[in-house]
Write a protein that binds this ligand. Structure first.
Ligand SMILES: [Zn+2]
Length: 206
């Protein structure tokens, strides 16, 4: 179900069901008339990607924006979906549902997965309120299952992977990418010390 609110006198779409695809946590206070925002703890918000800092609520193009994270291990407790594969040989018309390559089931199966044009093991996609702070939500690169990193400890492997990517970007002289990755890392980390809204200010500062 589409969720709408009012921004600068105009109706904007902010999300679908509990996914605020077009609204970042720092923009919550800018939108009025959205009843769904009375249930902040049940919602997942667009991650504040630095390149999108100038985009207004509702103005985001890619509803499924994510930052691929390489060198990251999807946590063992994540519940994965099955992934559908299709035969593309002469005997077309064969479909099979296989365990996500990052699931324990796949690791135990003896199946060999190969990657060609793969987008990475996980993506940073959202932030949500959890245990009173803003935690980061990722999705699995294999099956799309979303999972939160509930505290700063559980976010450390992500933080290390992002910093390693930033370092590599720096070595490759991709200065803008390195800067962005460092800022993403800072925002991931800052979320864990940013109190979730109480009675007062709703939007966290970046
Ligand atoms: Zn998965």
């Amino acid at each position: 179900m589409g969720e709408y609110g009012t921004y600068k006198g105009q109706e904007i779409k902010i999300g679908t069901c509990e996914d605020m695809l077009y609204l970042r946590p720092d923009q919550i206070n800018l939108v009025t008339g959205a009843a769904v925002l009375n249930h902040l703890k049940e919602l997942r918000f667009r991650f504040p990607f630095p390149e999108e800092d100038s985009i207004e609520p509702g103005g985001f193009d890619d509803f499924d924006r994510g930052l691929s994270v390489w060198g990251y291990e999807v946590p063992a407790e994540v519940r994965h979906y099955k992934v559908q594969f299709a035969s593309n040989g002469r005997g077309k018309g064969i479909l099979v549902m296989l365990p996500c390559p990052y699931s324990q089931e796949a690791k135990d199966s003896g199946l060999k997965y190969m990657y060609n044009g793969f987008g990475g093991p996980a993506r940073v996609v959202q932030q949500r309120i959890w245990a009173g702070v803003w935690v980061t939500v990722l999705d699995c690169g294999g099956c799309g299952a979303r999972f939160r990193l509930p505290d700063l400890d559980s976010a450390q492997p992500l933080i290390l992977a992002l910093l390693e990517m930033a370092k590599q970007a720096g070595l490759d002289d991709r200065k803008a990418a390195a800067k962005t990755l460092i800022e993403v890392t800072r925002r991931v980390e800052a979320g864990y010390s940013t109190p979730a809204p109480g009675a007062g200010r709703a939007s966290p500062r970046l």
